[in-house]
Structures are given as structure tokens and as C-alpha cells.
Write a protein that binds this ligand. Structure first.
Ligand code: GTP
Ligand code: MG
Length: 228
């Protein structure tokens, strides 16, 4: 068994955190800390009440949050959890188990047999369609068999994380992580997850800028190949 660090990513996520914090399996990991970007809604105070250490992020964005997490984590395995309601804390042991079986990265997939995603019950599913399209392109171009290239609910070994030398900003970080892992022929495992609706707070993932940022990363990764 490898040592593990569970990292909770937040930016004003008080209502989600409040309803999930008791079900986060901190006893299943060697350390647990939060990376927070300037929350002003009481998120930081709630972490402190539960004796969860908080790393204060200076520059915004999930890209920066992932890099900061990896710099601070002492575990060999890193698990990223976002407590906005979308992610089921019961998947944390599953993510870890697969890393302990020898995979470099594991993803909780919203788009495979047995999965559900936020938009399943809707007729128009712009996010799901965009996600599937980007995953399709990554698979064709970088020869993968991934079903969810973008979900942030994932775990990776610290060694693999370092080898990927990620420099993407914001919500493009996960896509870059998947693409570069494919380029390096890393062992990637997925399992089905049930994505739930956001609990409260507000989303910072605005569809159009996020989509454009992901598209830019795709083009750049095509151009640079294995030079990273
Ligand atoms: N540490 C850190 N966390 C962030 C930052 N931006 C967003 N988050 C967290 O990342 C998670 C995902 O962000 P969301 O805004 O929910 O994005 P999303 O999941 O794509 O969109 P919705 O669930 O539909 O709102 C949440 O837990 C946020 O609090 C950031 O700059 N730093
Ligand atoms: Mg979310």
C-alpha cells in the first residue's frame, strides 16, 4: 500500500462542504488537506472546525490548485475531491484502490456503462455533448480508450503527476492531464460514477470560456507532441 493524500478543492463551497464533510473518508487516507482560493463564505472556517489544514491559493483557477496540491502533498498517491455536490465521497476508496493495483491515474467516469451525469434527465445536454466530443478527439488523436477525459474527480500518483509537467490554467487542467498521460502511455483506469447536482453556491465553470480554453489546450498538445 502506498501513502495517500486527499486534497479538497474549494472556492466558496460552504453549502456543499457542510453537507458532505462528515462523509469524506479521511480515515482511509494518510493525510487530508484543503486547497482554497479566497473563499469568503465560511468554507475556510468550516475546514478549521473539522481540523482540516487549509493551503491558501494566491492565483485563481483549478490548474493552479492542482499544482499547489501536488507541491504540498506528502503522499505517493493524490486524490482530488471537489465538495460541490457533483462528486460522491464513496468513490474515494475506489480511486485509491485502483492506484494501489498499479494504475498511474484513475478517473471517476460520468460517461460509461453504469454511470450517470448531471444532464442525463435533460433533453438538451450541452455539457455532456461537449465533454464527449473532447474525449472522442483525445482518443482519436492520442490513441486512448477514455470515456471521461475531463472529470476532475480523479487520482494520480505523485510520480506520474510530476512527469506530466502540467501547465494548463483553470478547467483545462484535467484535459491536459488526460492527454499527456495518453502520450506517455500511462496506465489509466476508469470506473462508473453517479454525478449528482450541485448542492449550492455558484459555478465558476462558464461554458464558453471553459470550452475555448479546453480547445486551445487540445491544439497546443497536438503541436507540442511529447515535448513537455
Ligand atoms: N482550490 C480551488 N478550487 C476551485 C477553484 N475554482 C473552482 N474550484 C472548486 O472546484 C470545484 C469545481 O468547480 P465548479 O465551479 O463546480 O465547476 P464544475 O464542477 O465544472 O461546474 P458545476 O458543478 O456545474 O458548478 C468546486 O468544488 C469549486 O469550489 C479555484 O480556483 N481553486
Ligand atoms: Mg461542480
Amino acid at each position: 500500500m502506498h501513502t495517500s493524500s486527499l486534497i479538497i478543492l474549494t472556492r466558496n463551497e460552504l453549502s456543499g462542504l457542510r453537507s458532505l464533510i462528515a462523509s469524506i473518508p479521511t480515515d482511509k487516507v494518510d493525510e487530508c488537506f484543503a486547497v482554497d482560493y479566497r473563499s469568503t463564505d465560511g468554507t475556510v472556517e468550516l475546514f478549521k472546525k473539522h481540523r482540516i489544514r487549509v493551503i491558501h491559493q494566491e492565483k485563481p483557477g483549478r490548474g493552479e490548485a492542482f499544482r499547489l496540491s501536488a507541491r504540498h502533498a506528502t503522499g505517493q498517491n493524490l486524490i482530488f475531491f471537489s465538495p460541490d455536490g457533483n462528486e460522491d465521497p464513496r468513490d474515494i476508496p475506489k480511486l485509491l484502490k485502483l492506484l494501489n493495483l498499479g494504475f498511474d491515474m484513475t478517473i471517476a467516469s460520468r460517461f460509461m456503462n453504469g454511470s450517470t451525469n448531471e444532464e442525463d434527465t435533460k433533453r438538451v445536454k450541452p455539457r455532456a455533448w461537449a465533454n464527449r466530443a473532447f474525449t472522442f478527439l483525445a482518443n482519436v488523436i492520442f490513441r486512448g480508450h477514455i470515456t471521461d477525459s475531463i472529470n476532475g474527480y480523479r487520482a494520480i500518483t505523485k510520480d506520474a503527476f510530476r512527469r506530466l509537467r502540467l501547465d494548463a490554467e483553470g478547467f483545462a487542467i484535467e484535459y491536459q492531464m488526460t492527454i499527456r498521460a495518453l502520450k506517455l502511455h500511462m496506465r489509466i483506469a476508469e470506473f462508473p460514477t453517479q454525478e449528482k447536482p450541485r448542492i449550492g453556491g455558484t459555478s465558476t465553470a462558464h461554458a464558453i470560456p471553459t470550452g475555448l480554453r479546453i480547445l486551445r489546450i487540445l491544439l497546443r498538445e497536438i503541436v507540442i507532441g511529447k515535448k513537455f
